[in-house]
Design a protein around this ligand. Structure first.
Ligand SMILES: Cc1cc2nc3c(=O)[nH]c(=O)nc-3n(C[C@H](O)[C@H](O)[C@H](O)COP(=O)(O)O)c2cc1C
Length: 189
């Protein structure tokens, strides 16, 4: 069984550092057996207006969320919360998230590594029917973690371990919930 896990990038800010983090995470998670990860960059999708009616959805995002077994979000913290772009993208679907797990990597230029955005996302995920894991990854002082070419120059051993631990939990949850969705009767699937 190969688990399909999109990495949702949370921002479209020009030259944002979170996309370097997403790329770094993806380079590690593609090595994990039984997992297929890929980056979903919101700037490549079309969400001009609010809501989840057919005319404001992006069908490509609908397909990605329908096929996903779990989600990994890489997001910066903006004013102690999540970027509007991430919320807009998440808001465009509902039933495709129900009873699927999600984990988060927070990114910041300061020392907290997106701790506040990670907390702020909990009520949003809960309302979407997602199951939030407890193994977060923090990328504090992100400017020091990548060189000018965008290559990771932080503590490779540490971050590899943090990402693998987060995915270990996410994969376990994904398997449990996939079994539940496919085998146990429920009004949503
Ligand atoms: C609109 C805006 C708000 C921000 N608010 C915060 C914040 O609340 N906490 C924080 O640690 N960094 C904050 N930052 C700085 C980000 O941590 C910094 O830009 C970092 O590189 C991650 O964001 P990026 O992916 O957009 O580069 C903010 C940046 C922007 C553009």
């Amino acid at each position: 069984m190969v688990l399909n896990i999109p990495i949702l990038l949370g921002t479209t800010r020009p030259n944002n550092k979170s996309s370097l983090v997403a790329r770094y995470v993806n380079s590690i998670t593609t090595e994990i057996d039984g997992v297929e990860t890929f980056i979903v960059d919101p700037k490549e999708f079309n969400f001009p207006l609010d809501g989840k009616d057919e005319q404001v959805k992006d069908p490509r995002y609908t397909k990605i969320t329908a096929q996903a077994d779990a989600f990994f979000v890489v997001t910066p913290e903006y004013n102690h919360s999540f970027p509007g772009t991430l919320k807009r993208m998440l808001d465009s679907e509902l039933k495709n998230y129900i009873h699927k797990p999600v984990a988060v990597a927070g990114v910041s230029s300061g020392i907290f590594g997106g701790a506040r955005v990670i907390e702020q996302l909990a009520p949003v995920f809960r309302e979407l029917g997602l199951v939030y894991t407890f193994s977060d990854v923090h990328f504090p002082e992100v400017d020091k973690l990548f060189n000018k070419k965008g290559n990771f120059i932080g503590d490779e051993q540490l971050y590899r371990k943090l990402i693998n631990t987060a995915f270990e939990e996410l994969v376990w949850m994904a398997k449990v919930l996939k079994y539940g969705r496919e085998s146990l009767e429920n009004r949503y699937h």
